[in-house]
Each structure stands twice: as structure tokens, then as C-alpha cells.
Design a protein around this ligand. Structure first.
Ligand code: PXP
Length: 258
């Protein structure tokens, strides 16, 4: 299974002081040596990575680059100008801390966006919720990839297996009995598996990501139909203590043990 490391949070740290440390290119070069893909999300508000990061990464790193961006005119023209290996279209809300759900595939202009990116020789992935309707629609739109949103799975896993519900970071909507949590977690994992299988049968390549960490990644990495995971927060958080190279190696070891 391939690993794309999302380096947005390296830039979050840099932007906290608006200096050039930690250096985003340095992080990207470490990812290029230890994983299979560099993933980054240029947001409308440029809160972390920016155009110049993408430009220098494309210039200096040999491994494929997966640019996540919203389906809007300015972002698409930026994507076509830089032409990374892949663009993953994601929903974006200014007020959210991170991408909260999958794309609305009925939204205006999605087909045109896919065609435009493909005409620039860019592979197109759609970040979708793991359900049958979204997978079928993504196949009908002729996307190359779908990335299944694992955020709901990650929240349920955390609520069931950790003490988060008793901490200030509790996930309010998951304040449920352990019986209910277990049942929802099993259902969510099943939804991801069946969406991945369906997508593969319909000719899509399947990635997954969001909220994956060292505790919950193994169940997802066992799903044969998924060929790639994109992981950011947990790897960058671990890197603070052990360094980025080691953090990536530990994640890859868990993925490949499955
Ligand atoms: N995949 C997509 C499409 C994302 O938007 C994100 C978050 O930017 C990730 C993966 C990585 O999520 P996390 O930082 O929770 O690992």
C-alpha cells in the first residue's frame, strides 16, 4: 500500500511565526525519500501551504505530488498552471479547521473541472464520503481516483478505543454508549470496505484518508481494494518527537504489517 504524506501541518507551524522554519521543501524532500507521494492542500485563505511551496516542491522533488484543492475557478487555473501529477478535488469551507466531509458530486461545474484537469494531463481524484451513490457518481464522472473520507471512522475509533470522550476534546455527537459506538464503528468500516470494492469494480483507483493515525490505520490498510492512504496530522505530530523520517517509517511499517 502506498503512502502520501500530507505536509500542510509543517506549513501550519511555519505560519504560526511567519518565518521559514520548519522549511516545507526540506519536509517534502524527506517525504520523497521515505514515502510514495507528497500531498498538500492549497486553501483559498492560504492558511498553510502557498503557491511558492508547490512551485519549489515540483521543481526539486522527484516523487508524485497530489494537490488538494477546491473546485473553484482560481484554484483550477492554478492547478492547471502548475500541473502536478494529481489533483484531488475537496470541499472547502473557510470556517472549518479541516476538510469536514466528502465532495458534493452534484455541484455545479464538477464535470467541467474534471475534463479541464484531464486535458492538462493531470490525474483527477475526488474526495468522497464512503457510500454507494458517491462511488457510482464518481465513476460516471470518469474520475481516475476516489479518496474515501475516513474521518467518521477515525472519530468513532477514537471515541471507542481512547478516553477522548472524557477530555476537553470530546466529540460531542459521539457521546454514546460503548455498545452503540462499537456498532457504528463496525458499520463505518463496512461502508469503507464496500465502497472501496465497488469503486475498484467500476474501474476507479481507490485511496483513503483523513484522521488516520498510528492506532486506527491497520484496519484500513487491510482493505485490499485500497491502494493508497493520505495521512498528515498524525505523522507530523509524531515527527515532533521522533523526526519526520522515523514518523513516516513507523506509519509505513503499520500499513505494511496489515
Ligand atoms: N486527504 C484529504 C483529501 C484531506 O483533505 C486531508 C486533510 O487535509 C487528508 C487526507 C489528511 O488528513 P489528516 O491530516 O487528518 O491525516
Amino acid at each position: 500500500m502506498l503512502l502520501g504524506v500530507n505536509i500542510d501541518h509543517i506549513a501550519v507551524l511555519r505560519e504560526a511565526r511567519q518565518v521559514d522554519e520548519p522549511n516545507v521543501l526540506e519536509a517534502a524532500l524527506i517525504v520523497a525519500r521515505n514515502a510514495e507521494q507528497i500531498t498538500l492542500h492549497i486553501r483559498e485563505d492560504r492558511r498553510h501551504v502557498k503557491e511558492h511551496d508547490l512551485e519549489t516542491i515540483l521543481k526539486h522533488c522527484k516523487c508524485p505530488v497530489n494537490l488538494e484543492c477546491a473546485n473553484d475557478e482560481a484554484m483550477l487555473s492554478l492547478a492547471c498552471e502548475f500541473a502536478p501529477h494529481r489533483v484531488t478535488l475537496v470541499p472547502e469551507k473557510r470556517e472549518e479547521l479541516t476538510t469536514e466531509g466528502g465532495l458534493n458530486l452534484e455541484s455545479k461545474g464538477i464535470l467541467k473541472a474534471i475534463d479541464t484537469l484531464k486535458s492538462h494531463d493531470i490525474e483527477v481524484s475526488l474526495f468522497i464520503d464512503p457510500n454507494e451513490a458517491s462511488v457510482k457518481k464518481a465513476a460516471a464522472l470518469k474520475a481516475d481516483f476516489v479518496e474515501l473520507h475516513t474521518g467518521a471512522y477515525a472519530n468513532l475509533h477514537s471515541a471507542f478505543y481512547t478516553n477522548i470522550l472524557k477530555t476537553p476534546y470530546k466529540i460531542k455527537e459521539l457521546d454514546l454508549s460503548r455498545f452503540e459506538l462499537r456498532s457504528r464503528l463496525e458499520k463505518e468500516l463496512e461502508r469503507i470496505k464496500s465502497s472501496a470494492n465497488l469503486g475498484l469494480n467500476l474501474g476507479l483507483k481507490i485511496a483513503a484518508g483523513h484522521g488516520l493515525n498510528y492506532k486506527n490505520v491497520e484496519e484500513i490498510a487491510k482493505i485490499q481494494a485500497i491502494c493508497e492512504l493520505n495521512i498528515g496530522q498524525s505523522i507530523v505530530a509524531r515527527a515532533v518527537f521522533v523526526g519526520l523520517e522515523q514518523a513516516i517509517k513507523e506509519m509505513k511499517a503499520l500499513m505494511n504489517a496489515s
